[in-house]
Design a protein around this ligand. Structure first.
Ligand code: ADP
Length: 594
């Protein structure tokens, strides 16, 4: 059976081997057992139900929470020669009826539906007539109130399954691994003696780094500049911040899109499409963006603010490098981020127990931002993987490629100033005093008479504030809660003031992600052309990794091209000759110019 699965993997997806974890999940499902697969974003969950769907005799029903996700997946499968369709509220009822009728005739192997659809009597009646072998429940954590995406209709799935004459095999898939959620999934979906697999949390191709106490805007501008032409996402915590960053990048001439819940649905859709089709390279967005988007060639994900917890962070960061090519995930941390998240939790409608849980998770991501240990190890241990190596040598903390700058003197100046203003003012006033500002408030408070007034006149206000953030991040300073946090001395302040403990600022090296130009670029343009013609996103024609492999292996004919990772029979027939011609022409011109 597994051999057949392997052959289908090659035929329709162009891959020769399963990714870690996929094989076990697929074997378990094919053996007819209920299965819960906990795999992070990008680990390849879809293949785990799409391949068995091709093997099971009847139809596979895929329950998926987002309409956009369905369309994307169905487009992807159609492009790979797999008969699939979706049924959701974007369709007129006549079209729904038509698709179900076709499903009844065996025209589709996979049918995607939103969970709400299962509650509609008409659908239930039609579904009863279908031969459903397998039900795959995507984003299964939506069944749990512990998660961030609780969806009441998920609680009705079990009832729907019971109503079917023949119980199908159930497969539940999620990226969320906490124990409470795992238990809820098994209970509420009524999985029978499920086999549970936790795998693939390590994303080897991703580089993780945390940047603290730097001017975030400068960092972003610099980074985007160094990574031109590479698709990337910049997440920010608030709509206003998204708008500001978007305007800044636009002003500087970078083609970018934006996405947040304050925009109209049409605007959001336009921006999203532009990003998917590589018309804009940078997407600035709140966390509203991303679910339902399977753009595999995202080369970096910057977080302008610390997200609310590790789950959210890893899910968002995990949108980089889904094609297996290198991707960078950089979190820009500022002490204010913690306060902002605390504020959001405080304002949320969660019950006290849930709030306590959220505060606890917040502390865990704050620790990720502060730790000097291996970041990958921190992440993997958080998600429950065992036997994690001490150091990965490939994260910002392991790879010692940042320059360490001694900022002890600056730290002493800032700490003394905080003492002089009696630990009663915010970062702005402290910075203004150090800068020697003639601001009305500073003069009114007579802070121009303080011995620390103007002792950092050579720095910009922003540089001083950034240093304050760094000191707060490293516990030399502490910020009180509330809307206008007051700067106080932190746990480690005394050591710096009294015994001259050294304070270091690590400047993260901003290296560009490596991308070959030349042939790769030409292949990319051809892919874009074909995608426009076919009306699909470019990555559905071929993934970046496939283009890279083509540019390295230079296949000369169909047979050689079929050996390239990501090229299956179906796509070879459809687009193979165009790519082969381009490669031939390119090799010829290079040969001539040498
Ligand atoms: P998830 O749903 O877990 O986030 P996907 O199913 O979208 O992940 O898969 C992530 C990426 O990995 C996709 O680009 C997919 O085509 C690719 N992929 C899946 N299985 C394999 C495999 N066996 N070998 C190589 N790439 C794979």
């Amino acid at each position: 059976m597994l051999e057949r699965a392997q052959a289908l993997l090659k035929e329709h997806f162009g891959y020769t081997a399963f990714k870690p974890g996929q094989e076990k999940v697929i074997s378990s499902l094919l053996a007819g057992g209920d299965t819960l697969a906990i795999m992070p974003t990008g680990a390849g969950k879809s293949v785990c139900y799409q391949v068995p769907a091709l093997i099971f005799g009847g139809i596979t029903l895929v329950i998926s929470p987002l309409i956009a996700l369905m369309k994307d997946q169905v487009d992807g499968m159609t492009a790979s020669g797999i008969p699939a369709t979706f049924i959701n509220s974007s369709l007129r009822s006549a079209e729904v009826g038509r698709r179900l009728e076709q499903a009844g005739q065996g025209r589709f192997k996979l049918v995607y539906v939103a969970p709400e659809r299962l509650e509609i009597a008409e659908f239930q009646a039609l579904a009863a007539a279908l031969d459903i072998s397998f039900v795959a429940i995507d984003e299964a954590h939506c069944v749990s109130q512990w998660g961030h995406d609780f969806r009441p209709s998920y609680r009705k799935i079990a009832q729907f399954i019971h109503s079917l004459e023949q119980r199908p095999v159930l497969g539940a898939f999620t990226a969320t691994a906490t124990d409470e959620i795992r238990k809820d999934i098994i209970d509420f979906l009524d999985l029978r003696e499920p086999r549970v697999f936790v795998s693939g949390f390590d994303r080897e191709n991703l580089y993780f780094a945390v940047v603290r106490g730097e001017n975030k805007k400068d960092f972003v501008l610099d980074y985007v500049n160094n990574n031109r032409n590479k698709p990337g996402i910049i997440y920010a915590a608030t709509r206003r911040e998204v708008d500001n960053l978007y305007e800044l990048l636009q002003e500087k001439g970078y083609p970018c899109g934006r996405y947040h819940a304050g925009m109209s649905a049409v605007e959001r859709e336009e921006n999203q499409e532009a990003f998917i089709h590589d018309d804009v390279t940078v997407m600035v967005a709140t966390n509203a963006f991303g679910m339902g988007i399977d753009k595999s060639n995202v080369r970096y994900v910057l977080h302008y603010n610390m997200p609310k917890n590790m789950e959210a962070y890893y899910q968002e960061a995990g949108r980089a490098g889904r094609d297996g090519e290198p991707g960078e995930c950089i979190l820009l941390f500022g002490a204010q981020d913690i306060l902002l998240q605390k504020f959001m939790i405080g304002e949320s409608v969660y019950n006290p127990r849930r709030k306590a849980n959220e505060y606890c998770k917040l502390q865990q991501i704050a620790a990720y931002c502060h730790t000097s240990r291996c970041l990958r190890r921190y992440i993997l241990e958080y998600f429950g993987e065992q036997e994690v190596p001490e150091r990965c040598e490939r994260c910002g903390n392991c790879s010692d490629d940042g320059d360490l700058i001694d900022v002890t003197v600056e730290a002493q100046k800032i700490l003394s100033c905080v003492v002089r203003v009696k630990e009663r003012y915010g970062a702005t006033i402290v910075a203004e005093v150090l800068k020697g500002s003639k601001n009305k408030r500073v003069l009114q408070l007579r802070f121009d008479r303080l011995s620390t007034y103007g002792i950092m006149a050579g720095y910009t206000l922003q540089e001083i504030k950034d240093l304050i953030n760094l000191l707060a991040a490293e516990d030399y300073l502490a910020l009180s809660g509330g809307e206008y946090p007051v700067v106080k001395l932190g746990r480690r302040a005394a050591a710096v003031l009294k015994s001259g403990e050294k304070v270091w600022q690590r400047k993260c090296k901003r290296k560009a992600v490596q991308v070959d130009e030349g042939l790769f670029e030409k292949l990319r343009l051809l892919r874009k052309e074909i995608a426009a013609r076919e009306g699909v996103p470019p990555y559905l024609v071929f993934a970046d990794s496939t283009l890279r492999a083509l540019s390295e292996q230079l296949p000369r004919d169909r047979e050689e091209m079929l050996k390239v990772k990501g090229v299956g029979q179906y796509k070879l027939e459809k687009f193979g000759d165009e790519f082969l011609k381009l490669i031939r022409d390119y090799v010829k011109t290079v040969g001539e110019s040498c």
